[in-house]
Design a protein around this ligand. Structure first.
Ligand code: ADP
Ligand code: 5GP
Length: 205
């Protein structure tokens, strides 16, 4: 009998460096047996994003058909686009004994925790709201309107920190990566603080 793998769920305000960190983690030699659960989305690919690797990019019509067919473990509509986790894909990966990492919003993280109470929930943050704004505008992949929507969502996501087991602050990338590696390999790392503590840190400058 193959042992079931562990499920790691990562959420972060958009622009905090979550995709960059997850990509580095998947290549990191300190980590073994970890695979990424590729989500489906109806948003367009950003420059450099690869279909089937970063997301499976589908039309809104195809996404809605998948919802009707019950193909998602969880799904959400945010920033006017659909995002969802394929049930079949993730269950197969876990059943084969892989450790799986998935990148979802806070709504998705809560839905996954309800389905998999043993899942490990990791929140990635930036040191401050100001830095988040700078990173989003430096990335320059969103229109100003989309950027504002992402910043508004960041405020509400930070307020949900208490759902998470761990908080990794992505200030120095190498440090954040090492903390992520530690959580994956040992189940230990920087514990999530209270909502008030994170809120104060995040908006202090
Ligand atoms: P997310 O997936 O959370 O939306 P990205 O991984 O696309 O965010 O990162 C947003 C931007 O911030 C990118 O331009 C990325 O290169 C940059 N970035 C990521 N981590 C850091 C860091 N530790 N320091 C400075 N810039 C970073
Ligand atoms: P982006 O457009 O920046 O790639 O992602 C926008 C948001 O959608 C991020 O918060 C990301 O974590 C979330 N997201 C990506 N895939 C999924 C998914 O399968 N389910 C849910 N609930 N959220 C997702």
């Amino acid at each position: 009998m193959i042992a079931k793998g562990k499920l790691f769920v990562v959420s972060a305000p958009s622009g905090s460096g979550k995709s960059t960190l997850i990509k580095a983690l998947l290549k990191d030699k300190r980590v073994h047996n970890l695979v990424y659960a590729v989500s489906h989305t109806s948003r367009r690919p950003r420059p450099g994003e690869i279909d089937g690797e970063d997301y499976v990019f589908v039309s809104p019509e195809d996404f809605r058909a998948m919802i009707v067919n019950g193909e998602f473990l969880e799904w959400t509509k945010t920033y006017d686009y659909y995002y969802g986790t394929s049930a079949k894909r993730i269950m197969l990966q876990l059943d084969y004994g892989y450790n799986v990492i998935t990148d979802v919003d806070v709504v998705g993280a809560k839905a996954i925790r309800d389905l998999f109470p043993e899942a490990i929930l990791i929140f990635i943050s930036v040191p401050s709201f100001k830095i988040l704004k700078e990173r989003l505008s430096r990335r320059a992949t969103e229109t100003l309107k989309d950027e504002e929507k992402r910043l508004a969502k960041a405020r509400s996501e930070v307020a949900e920190i208490e759902v998470f087991d761990f908080l990794i602050v992505n200030d120095d990338m190498e440090k954040a990566l090492s903390e992520l590696v530690e959580v994956i390999n040992t189940g230990e790392g920087p514990r999530a603080p209270s909502k008030e503590e994170l809120w104060e840190e995040f908006f202090k400058c």
